[in-house]
Every structure is written in structure tokens, then in C-alpha cells.
Design a binder for this molecule. Structure first.
Ligand SMILES: [Zn+2]
Length: 443
């Protein structure tokens, strides 16, 4: 994008005064950003990825070593791979005029066993911002895969790029420690980067007094949590202020947040500094986790016990319903309707329900129809061949359903329905009979 506004023109002019990345800065980045390798051979030989020096390490174990020639710290690679590449971004922080500048540099490390490692260094992005809230990005073009943070097109020029391009997701592996920051940032407490992204930190120190407070109170763990963690609690700041008031430094932030969650689950007051700021966080946290486990185990056992009791009650009721079925339905049991071919009769016992359900592949038994006082279940058959199972609603004296095997209707369906329909007055008469067992039935 051509610089159009006065701001753009000014930044482009200032950018031209930035010096290229120095050899010292590059060397520093090489040592910081990559895991250098000692290629281990089958015969116990080692080859340094940095200077290609080869030496014998026969009998030596361990995954780390130092090259006896160039002194590089190396990680031993046991794989047979002979080639390796890594990429990273590092940042150089400086100022121009009243602008804070973050320069983001892409480095690629290419190593081939037996050759000195090669490095490719390219500046990819400069973020310019000032205390007035002006912000300008000078950058290379991103490739067609903008989601991949290292997909830069290094054939493109460093020029002003739209602020909508996403430069926030570029992970900065390390920030060169010698840096220049604006007076306002220094005044607000800047004293190093503490493993944060320099853009987020410096921008925060310019405009967010919470960042300033965390830096000034040296709560660096909380600082990076504050800047990045999406699971950051809503009431965090309130809790952090309690810590600050009591001079409590949170070193292990993850455990501290776990600890708060545990306190909450135990129903303890998280705003009580006695709980929130334990002297020995780890051991207190472990103690509470054990307590919580025991409590939850107790609840689980109790819940299982209750479920078992409920199951037994249900079972007892079900057994009772099976046992009392012939008695409860005694007034209907002898009902048989016939049209000369099809016969419809009442199921006599709970066992009949079982057989009907098994043979007809439906739920008349499993859903416990024998326990229903307001349903009469009949079976239609020709000789021994079962056709359909009929449920009659005794309250409304209508057929609720009539189905054959697998709940399908048979070709006799209409005939069966009309046969029952014609005889339903007989059921009605029985239903209205004052039975001696009536009280037992409804109970
Ligand atoms: Zn070496």
C-alpha cells in the first residue's frame, strides 16, 4: 500500500532509518530460537549440527551434550534422519521519534548431517505504535495461507499493510534483550519481557494500568496469564488484588487457578486471604484435592446406594404386580370373543405376557403392561397361531392399540378390531361389576 496519510509517510520515512539486523543479534537468535542437534551414529559417533565437527561419544548416555569444538549446546538425535529444519520468529525492540517499534524477524535453521547449519534471516514485520493510539504495520505480504503464521512472501517489499491483516498470532520465540522503549513505558515500570509477546506487553504498559500494576509488583506469572489465557476468570482481578494487598506472589499461576476452583467446589470462601494465599500453595492444593476426592467419593457411594434402594423398590413393586395380576383382573380372565375363525382371549398370567412379548417381539412384557390396572391386554389368535395383541383402555372403554409381531398390523387387523369392538359392552359390564376384590385392585 502506498503511504497516503501524513502518519504513513512519517512512519515510512522513519522506517528507512532503521539499521539492518546486526550480526550479534542474529547470533543471539541462532542460539536462542532453535534446538541444535548432535546426530548420533550407529558406532557411537556424534556430529555437531552447527560446525559439523565429529567426535566419538561411545559409552556415553544422556540426551544433552556440548560440542567439544564450537561449544554449542546440543540435543542428541537418535533418529536416522540426516536432515532437519526449524523456523522461528524473534523480535528486536527499538524506538524512533515518539514511536515504539517492534521488529519481527523470521529465521529458518537448515541442517544436514556433516555440514554446517545454514540460517536464513528475513525481517517480516514492523509494528509501529505511539501513546496517542496510532498504529502502523510495515510488513511483507503474507502468502495465500494467511492462517499459517510463517507463510511470508519474502519477494514482496516491506511496505505499509492493512491493519486488518492478522499479525497477532505470530508467536515470538524470543525478544532480543538489548532494547529501547519509550519514556512512558519505562516510567510505567518496564523491566524486561518476562516471556511475553513484546507487542502485547509494551502496548499494555502504555494503556492498561493492570499490566502496569502486575509489572510493578513483579507478578510475572499473572502477567502472562492476564495477557493471554482465554480461560482467565472473570473475577480474576478481584482475586489478584487480594493477593497484592497481602503481598502474596503467585509463582505457579496454573496451580493457583486450580486451587481457586478446588476451593469453590469445596464451598470455601475464595475471597478469604487465608485460603486464597496459602504459604505452601502446592501442598495446600494437594491436601484440598484429596479432601475433595474423599467428599466426592462419599457422594458417589451415597448416590449408588440410593439408586440401589430405588431399584429394589421398583423390583418389589414389579414382583407384586406380577403376583397379583390374576387376582386384580379376575373378572375379565374368562372373556373370550370369537367370530368363528379368530378368537380373542385375555392374557391369564404375567408369564403369558412374557410369552406374548417373546413370540410377538414387542414390549408388552418389558414395559410391564401387567401392572396397569386400567389396561386390559388380550391376544387374538387362530388356533395356536398368535395374530395381534390388543390393549383396551378400561377407563374410556376403547381399543388403545392392536398390533401383530414387531408392532406391525396383520391382514386380520380390521377384523380383530371390529370383533373386539362388537364385544366391548361385555368388557364394560365386567368393569362396572362390584367386585369383592375392588378395593384390593385399586390399592
Ligand atoms: Zn560444533
Amino acid at each position: 500500500m502506498k503511504p497516503k496519510t501524513a502518519l504513513h509517510k512519517k512512519v515510512v520515512k522513519l522506517s528507512a532509518t532503521l539499521r539492518p539486523i546486526t550480526a550479534t543479534q542474529k547470533q543471539w537468535a541462532y542460539s536462542q530460537c532453535f534446538e541444535h542437534i548432535a546426530y548420533r551414529g550407529k558406532n557411537g559417533s556424534m556430529v555437531c549440527s552447527e560446525c559439523a565437527h565429529e567426535w566419538s561419544a561411545e559409552g556415553k548416555r544422556g540426551n544433552k551434550c556440548r560440542c567439544p569444538k564450537c561449544g554449542a549446546k546440543l540435543t542428541v538425535s537418535h533418529s536416522l534422519k540426516r536432515k532437519s529444519t526449524q523456523t522461528a520468529h524473534f523480535a528486536v525492540v527499538t524506538t524512533r521519534d515518539n514511536f515504539q517499534v517492534i521488529r519481527v524477524i523470521y529465521v529458518k535453521w537448515c541442517s544436514r548431517k556433516g555440514e554446517k547449519a545454514e540460517y536464513i534471516v528475513n525481517e517480516a514485520l514492523q509494528r509501529w505504535f505511539d501513546a496517542e493510539g496510532n498504529e502502523v504495520n510495515i510488513a511483507r505480504k503474507k502468502c495465500f495461507m494467511p492462517r499459517y503464521c510463517d507463510a511470508w512472501n519474502f519477494d514482496s517489499d516491506m511496505e505499509i499493510r492493512s491493519r486488518t491483516a492478522n499479525y497477532d498470532n505470530i508467536p515470538i520465540y524470543a525478544t532480543y534483550p538489548k532494547c529501547r522503549v519509550l519514556p512512558i513505558i519505562r516510567r510505567n515500570g518496564f523491566n524486561g519481557f518476562h516471556y511475553t509477546d513484546p507487542y502485547d506487553l509494551l502496548k499494555g504498559l502504555m494503556s492498561d494500568n493492570k499490566v502496569e500494576t502486575l509489572v510493578k509488583t513483579r507478578q510475572y506469572g499473572l502477567l502472562s496469564y492476564y495477557l493471554y489465557r482465554s480461560q482467565y476468570r472473570r473475577d480474576s482481578w478481584q482475586l489478584i488484588r487480594i493477593c497484592l494487598r497481602h503481598n502474596y506472589k503467585v509463582k505457579d499461576v496454573t496451580t493457583w487457578y486450580d486451587h481457586i476452583n478446588t476451593l469453590e467446589r469445596l464451598g470455601m470462601d475464595i475471597h478469604n486471604p487465608l485460603y486464597l494465599c496459602p504459604k505452601n500453595l502446592r501442598s495446600e492444593h494437594n491436601r484440598l484435592v484429596e479432601l475433595l476426592k474423599r467428599r466426592e467419593e462419599k457422594v458417589r457411594i451415597e448416590r449408588e446406594r440410593n439408586a440401589e434402594i430405588e431399584r429394589q423398590i421398583r423390583q418389589r413393586k414389579d414382583d407384586e404386580a406380577k403376583k397379583t395380576y390374576p387376582q386384580r383382573m379376575s373378572r375379565y380372565l374368562d372373556l373370550v370373543f370369537s367370530d368363528g375363525l379368530i378368537e380373542v382371549s385375555v392374557l391369564q398370567t404375567a408369564e403369558d405376557f412374557y410369552n406374548e412379548g417373546e413370540i410377538m417381539h414387542h414390549c408388552v412384557y418389558t414395559n410391564g403392561y401387567y401392572a396397569e390396572n386400567n389396561s386390559l391386554v388380550m391376544s387374538a389368535h387362530i388356533g395356536d397361531k398368535r395374530l395381534e395383541t390388543i390393549e383396551i383402555d378400561l377407563k374410556r372403554l376403547i381399543i388403545s392399540q392392536s398390533h401383530g409381531a414387531y408392532n406391525q398390523d396383520t391382514k386380520y387387523h380390521n377384523r380383530i378390531v371390529s370383533l373386539v369392538q362388537r364385544n366391548i359392552h361385555k368388557i364394560a359390564r365386567r368393569a362396572n361389576q362390584k367386585s369383592e376384590n375392588a378395593d384390593v385392585i385399586s390399592a
